[in-house]
Structures are given as C-alpha cells and as structure tokens.
Design a protein around this ligand. Structure first.
Ligand SMILES: NC(=O)C1=CN([C@@H]2O[C@H](COP(=O)(O)OP(=O)(O)OC[C@H]3O[C@@H](n4cnc5c(N)ncnc54)[C@H](O)[C@@H]3O)[C@@H](O)[C@H]2O)C=CC1
Ligand SMILES: CC(C)CC(=O)C(=O)O
Ligand SMILES: [Mg+2]
Length: 348
C-alpha cells in the first residue's frame, strides 16, 4: 500500500486537489495499484489550524510517505503573516532536500491551437530549476523599511548536482543543454559557468550553450523550438517557467516534479493558488492531474495508468471540454467529470 502525503493548498488549491484525487481514484479503480492518502496541515491551512505553515507533523508525514502531492498555497489573507505560507513552501522543499524542480513545456496537438503564440505545436523543453539555494534561501536577509537585503549564494557542489540532473535528462532527450544565467553581472552566475565547464566533458553527447536570462526570456517566446533542457538558478527558473506556460496556452496545465537525493519526490502545479478564481468552479484542474500522472510514472513506475490518464485528458481537450483560461466554457468539475467518464469507459 503506497502512502501519498497530501498538502491540499489554499484558495483554489483544494478544488484542484479534489479534482486530481478524483481522477487518480477513477484511473486506479480495479487495478492492483493500492494507495492511501493522508492530508497534513500546511501553508495557510497550517496557520489556520495549528498556527504554523509547516508543522513538524507535516514534515514527518511527508518524509514517511512514498510521494507528496502539493496544491498551491498562499493568498491575500496571509500577506504580512509572521511566518507566511510561502515560507512553509520553501521550508518543505528544504526539509525534503528537493534540490531539482523539473518544469516541462510540452505543446501537444490539442494545445497547439490554443496558444497566443504562433507555430508552437511540438514545442518540447524542460526547465531544470535549482530549488533549495540561491536568492530564495541566501543569508543574510534583512527586512527593513529604509533598507533591505537578500543574498544570492551558490556553492560549487550545489551547482554541480543540479547540472548533472539536467545533463542526464538531456541525454535521454535531444542532447542539448542551455545554461540560463546573468554571468555578465552576477558572481554566482560566473560560478555556474565555471562548474558547467568542469561537468560538461562527462556528457560528450550533449551540446551546451549559454544564454543571459534577459535574452532567454525573449527567445522562449520568439524561438521556443530552440530549447531542449534549460538549467537555471532558483529565481530565474521560477520566472521563466511561468513565462513558458504561455506557449501551451495557460499556467493551468503545467505540472512539476521536485526531486531530492533520497526520500519522496513532491509533485505540484507550477502556479499559485489563483485567489481570483476561488470558489467559482473555474480553476483548470489539468496542472494537478498532470502532476499526478507524473507521480505515477516517476515514483510508482506505473506508466500504464499514467498513459490512460494522459489519453483521457487529450480526448477531453480534443472534444473542446476546457476551462476559461484555455478559451473554453467548462467548469473545473465539468473537466474532471469528463476525464473520469473517459477513464470509466476504458475500464469498462
Ligand atoms: N507553489 C505554490 O504554492 C505557489 C504559491 N504562490 C502563491 O499563490 C498566491 C497567488 O499568486 P499569484 O501571483 O496570483 O499567481 P497565480 O499563479 O495564483 O495566478 C496567476 C494568474 O494565473 C491564473 N491561474 C493560476 N492557476 C490557474 C489554473 N489552474 N487555472 C486557471 N487559471 C489559473 C490565476 O487565476 C491568475 O490570473 C500568492 O500568495 C503566491 O505567493 C505562487 C506561486 C507558487
Ligand atoms: C511562492 C514561491 C515561494 C515559489 C514560487 O513561485 C514557485 O515555486 O513557483
Ligand atoms: Mg512561481
């Protein structure tokens, strides 16, 4: 019996988690995939329930699980809290040692026509984002009214381990890595380049190029077919992955996987808690559903079940059942129920 830790999120987060778990249940019904979910207090819910966005019970429960599913946290109610939901999010990534965050941009046939950008069908790249260091974690941090400080820090081993994740991934894809940095300004970026030059010879079948982050931001939209694996620092990966989400038409379809050295992986949509959509049955559940298929493949080696969900999703999109962010008129539950129905047809 696999153990899945569930962190259900704030604002629109729980609606997405409910949709994702309904699809997981339908897809695994009648199979030998046995699992139990346990929900832990986390983020804004952690603050509301026990006064802490990341209580110890949640860290312990996640560490003991086989995989963690997380739906986005945060929102207006928690702005200015002493310990914010976002601090809890950074904390769980650190506590589980999840240093590699994989964020794919894959424009399938069904999504190709929905993009505001031209000729994007077939675009397929992955952003490999360093997740537990850089400016989001650097010290000192000084919060002030007349002056404030954030510190960007990287050590060579931190850079090396994320580079190796990206290079190995490129070996299984199109053998092309782009390092995105700001080496014309930042010392940390120059360290990334120096470490890349040491690591790259271990992967002779992979071509490496470098792009400053400002130019990369433009090329992701103007020449998205140029990329295969982008490896980049925490802050740049956060920003560029939201930008890249424009290519398949919406943030609401992009999943992510966060991997560590050992212990459970964590799967979550890349976007936030969409407070503007809360309670309206409008949020796109596909980013959560796609996160769950990734979990089935990566943590449980169940490509068979993941493939069934993926094809059910494609059929539902091709039939035009989609939420407003993709230009449709369907609700969250319409999309979820349509996917469940497709899965039930397969199982029948
Ligand atoms: N992993 C996490 O838990 C993350 C949490 N956040 C937090 O989320 C809160 C809201 O942040 P925002 O800047 O508003 O970003 P957001 O990603 O929640 O929303 C940005 C825009 O995208 C739309 N959107 C996002 N997900 C969608 C979906 N599945 N379907 C349809 N539309 C969707 C929203 O409606 C909004 O218009 C903040 O407190 C932020 O700190 C932000 C990013 C990641
Ligand atoms: C909310 C932040 C802490 C992180 C973020 O935006 C992300 O991981 O995408
Ligand atoms: Mg983000």
């Amino acid at each position: 019996m696999y153990k899945i830790a569930v962190l259900e999120g704030d604002y629109s987060g729980p609606e997405m988690m409910e949709a994702g778990l309904a699809v997981l249940k339908a897809a695994t019904q009648g199979t030998d995939f046995q699992y139990q979910t346990t929900t832990y207090p986390f983020g804004g819910k952690g603050i509301d329930q026990v006064g802490d966005p990341l209580p110890q019970v949640t860290i312990d429960g996640c560490k003991a699980a086989d995989a963690v599913l997380l739906s986005a946290i945060g929102g207006p109610k928690y702005e200015g809290a002493e310990r914010t939901p976002e601090a809890g999010l950074l904390g769980i990534r650190e506590a589980l040692g999840l240093f590699a965050n994989l964020r794919p941009t894959h424009v399938t046939k069904a999504l190709g026509n929905l993009s505001p950008v031209k000729e994007v069908a077939g675009v397929d790249f992955v952003i490999v984002r360093e997740l537990t260091s850089g400016i989001y974690f650097g010290w000192p941090r000084v919060e002030g009214t007349s002056e404030a400080h954030d510190t960007a820090t990287y050590t060579a081993p931190e850079v090396e381990r994320i580079l190796r994740v990206g290079f190995k991934m490129a070996q299984k894809r199109d053998h092309h890595v782009t390092i995105v940095d700001k080496a014309n300004v930042l010392a940390t970026s120059r360290l990334w380049r120096a470490v890349t030059k040491q690591v790259a010879p271990d992967y002779p079948d992979v071509t490496v190029d470098y792009s400053y982050v400002d130019a990369a931001a433009m090329r992701i939209i103007s020449h998205p077919h140029d990329f295969d694996v982008i490896i980049t620092a925490n802050l740049f990966g956060d920003i560029l992955s939201d930008e890249a989400a424009v290519l398949p038409g919406s943030l609401g379809v992009i999943p992510s996987a966060s991997l560590g050295i050992s212990g459970p992986n964590l799967y979550e949509p890349i976007h936030g808690s969409a407070p503007d959509l809360v309670g309206q049955n409008k949020v796109n559940p596909l980013s959560m559903i796609n996160s769950i298929t990734w979990m089935l493949r990566q943590s449980f080696d169940r490509d068979d079940i993941a493939d069934q969900i993926d094809s059910a999703v494609q059929r539902v999109l091709e039939a035009g059942t989609m939420t407003a962010d993709l230009g449709g008129v369907a609700s969250t539950t319409d999309v979820t129920n349509a996917i469940v129905k497709e899965l039930e047809k397969e199982g029948a």
